[in-house]
Ligand binder design. Structure first.
Ligand code: ADP
Ligand code: MG
Length: 444
């Protein structure tokens, strides 16, 4: 079964005790899973978030390496996910699950900490939610990773749903998949009906539609239709419209029609408030000294700060320890040591080429001699786990392969080898260590 295969592969990437504690008890939730959402159930409420933060992304990558599609992975605790479609005023007979998306009910305006770094985006999001289709249409929120864009766009969705509005929240990748699905099945009228009849169209990470001309064309018409009906459109991206490459001008200029608001890295005060807020929401008791330690030692990505809190708390619970500053320092030391920044594909190739005695240019070539093929496969495997920002197609391009299926094939081969050949596994682990140690940062 695919789900078991995924967990088996994950087993090889983590320590046996981690696997026993966190992964083995997971149950695949077939009912709520679809082609782009994979749901696993955890029997322990306390650890749901921990598993989500620490393993969901890894599970997604393994899934992608096996199937070529990259789903969102959710870890749930027996609760039924909130399905946006079920809130719609007019139920839509859509059988295509690609568009039904789970909104995180914790992503509300109340749970968002406002500071100078994000106050404009926050105020604009609130206005768009309360007075849709008016002043801030479209609302375009942009900024770096982990700074609250998804939280804000979903807060708009959660608020609108509470007002009985029809909301579609979707990532641009899901939009693309939904579009292709309906195109293939000749059900574009259904697609158009769905996207053009909502009150709020919220598209997260719009930058992924870059160079997808056909989908952009469809989105252009969706945008125009909704805009002329004064329906609210909200988009997020890692960059401002003009800086996103691979977009038609007529679209980026429309993105600028309403309001563009950025989210900046938070200052120390905001970081402290966010940590306090997260502790309050998750019922985690941290004293001020520990909170300060986290705020100072973790960088600005709030997702990482959150996982540090969850990590600390999970350790304390599992070991039945109180979170003192000493305990926090000890536990966080590992975490900080583990944080690896800015590994590039070239860094990976450089180390592999040196250690395996092949030329970097050969790894990226089409040469088929055995040592080069092996070096290339290891490169692909490590690139997938160390540079998660790269999609399969990016790796195909970088390693000189024809397309993402060739990457999947290489991943399959290497996974087989890792399973059967202990020496090979050790060799790959060592290479990984060499790459990461050359790049590890300590915040001390
Ligand atoms: P992005 O979409 O910008 O990458 P997210 O919205 O996913 O970032 O934020 C990452 C995590 O940090 C989320 O769990 C979110 O709740 C939290 N977060 C970010 N900014 C804030 C904030 N100002 N207040 C509270 N939580 C925040
Ligand atoms: Mg996001």
């Amino acid at each position: 079964m695919l789900s078991q295969q995924i967990l088996d592969l994950l087993k090889r990437e983590i320590s046996p005790s981690e696997y026993q504690r966190f992964i083995k008890p997971l149950i695949f939730d077939e009912k709520h899973s679809s082609s782009d959402t994979v749901v696993f159930l955890a029997p322990n409420k306390l650890l749901v978030k921990w598993i989500q933060t620490r393993y969901a992304e890894k599970i997604g990558h393994i899934y992608e390496s096996l199937t070529g599609t990259s789903p969102t992975v959710h870890i749930e605790y027996q609760n039924t996910p909130v399905d946006v479609n079920s809130y719609e005023k007019k139920p839509k007979p859509s059988k295509n699950k690609a568009a039904s998306t789970i909104l995180n009910t914790a992503y509300t305006f109340e749970n968002f900490v406002v500071g100078t770094s994000n106050q404009l985006a926050f105020a604009a999001a609130k206005s768009a939610a309360k007075a849709p289709g008016q002043q801030y249409n479209p609302l375009f929120i942009y900024g770096g990773s982990g700074l609250g864009k998804t939280h804000l766009i979903q807060a708009i969705g959660n608020y609108a749903i509470s007002q009985g509005e029809t909301v579609i929240y979707i990532t641009s990748e899901q939009f693309l998949n939904d579009f292709l699905y309906n195109l293939r099945n000749q059900t574009m009228d259904r697609f158009r009906q769905k996207y053009r009849q909502c009150d709020f169209l919220l598209i997260d990470d719009i930058q992924f539609l870059s160079n997808k001309e056909q989908t952009q064309e469809e989105f252009f018409h969706t945008f125009n239709e909704l805009y002329s009906l004064h329906k609210q459109i909200v988009l997020t991206s890692d960059k401002p419209p003009k800086k996103i490459a691979g977009f038609e001008e007529r679209l980026t200029s429309r993105f600028e029609w309403g309001l563009m608001a950025d989210v900046q890295p938070p200052g120390l005060e905001t970081k402290l408030s966010i940590i306090k807020k997260k502790c309050e929401l998750d019922n985690i008791d941290l004293d001020d000294e520990v909170i300060h330690y986290i705020a100072v030692h973790m960088k600005d990505n709030i997702r990482e700060i959150e996982s540090a809190i969850i990590y600390l708390n999970a350790h304390a619970n599992l070991l039945s320890r109180k979170i003192t500053i000493d305990f926090a320092t000890e536990v966080m030391k590992d975490l900080i040591k583990e944080r690896v920044v800015n590994i590039s594909l070239d860094d990976i190739i450089k180390v592999i080429a040196r250690e395996l005695n092949v030329k970097p240019s050969d790894i990226k070539s089409k040469k088929r001699s055995q040592p080069i093929v092996e070096a290339r496969r290891i490169g692909i495997y490590l690139a997938k786990s160390l540079t998660p920002e790269n999609k399969m197609k990016d790796l195909a391009e970088f390693f000189g392969l024809n397309d993402h299926t060739a990457v999947s094939h290489a991943m399959k081969k290497i996974n087989e080898l890792l399973k059967t050949d202990e020496n090979f596994r050790i060799k790959v682990e060592e290479l990984k260590g060499k790459i990461t140690s050359s790049k590890s940062v300590s915040c001390e």
